[in-house]
Ligand binder design. Sequence first.
Ligand code: 2DT
Length: 216
Amino acid sequence: MKRGLLILIEGLDRTGKTTQTTLLFEKLKPNAKLIKFPDRTTCIGQLIDKYLTENDFELPDQSVHLLFSANRWELSQELQRYLLAGKHVVMDRYVYSGIAYSSAKETSGMDLEWCLRPDKGLIKPDLLFFLLNEDPSDTSSRRGFGNERYETLQFQDKVKDQFFNVFRALENYPKPNDRLRVLNVANCSIEKVAQEIWSIVQEKLAKEPPSEFTFF
Ligand code: 2DT
């Protein structure tokens, strides 16, 4: 049986990731699953949620990083099972967010290599979309921005730089790459972005799917 594709959508806060993952999932249904990280429903996910939403709940940055990674490992076998059963998995955030957000915390001494280590061995996506809003002040005007930890313009700017450092380190960015597509979504309608994503996904689906997994 052909295995399913792992399609990941990454980006800064409020760039439309969740909307786009949902729209793509709807198009691929019923042969698809939707996975969002952090998955706040698991025991580890509940701790992460408390950290993100309660300002007085403090944890060392290193512990938080490891919790996010542990949250991915919690779902890793399920993920592999879905893909092997031929289901496509649409994913909202993953390892790239994990590294970019943690390494943007400059005082904690967690560099890219440190951050990647606990995620080593997780399945790599077949397609990775990075939604970029070139004007971050635009993002902040979206509903709900500022409610959670990390949602400040200054921090988002650092995270953006770190995303590109991660892409340089892991995906050979800016050289052409089969996996990574950077989409500038500033001033684009939801429908236009969805269309662009869908045409790239269809192109990928038309090709012979890779039988082997690649891992971080
Ligand atoms: P959402 O707003 O998408 O629910 O994310 N984050 C996420 C990390 O710091 N590390 C990770 O590994 C992941 C997956 C990004 C909540 C916040 O959690 C951050 C924003």
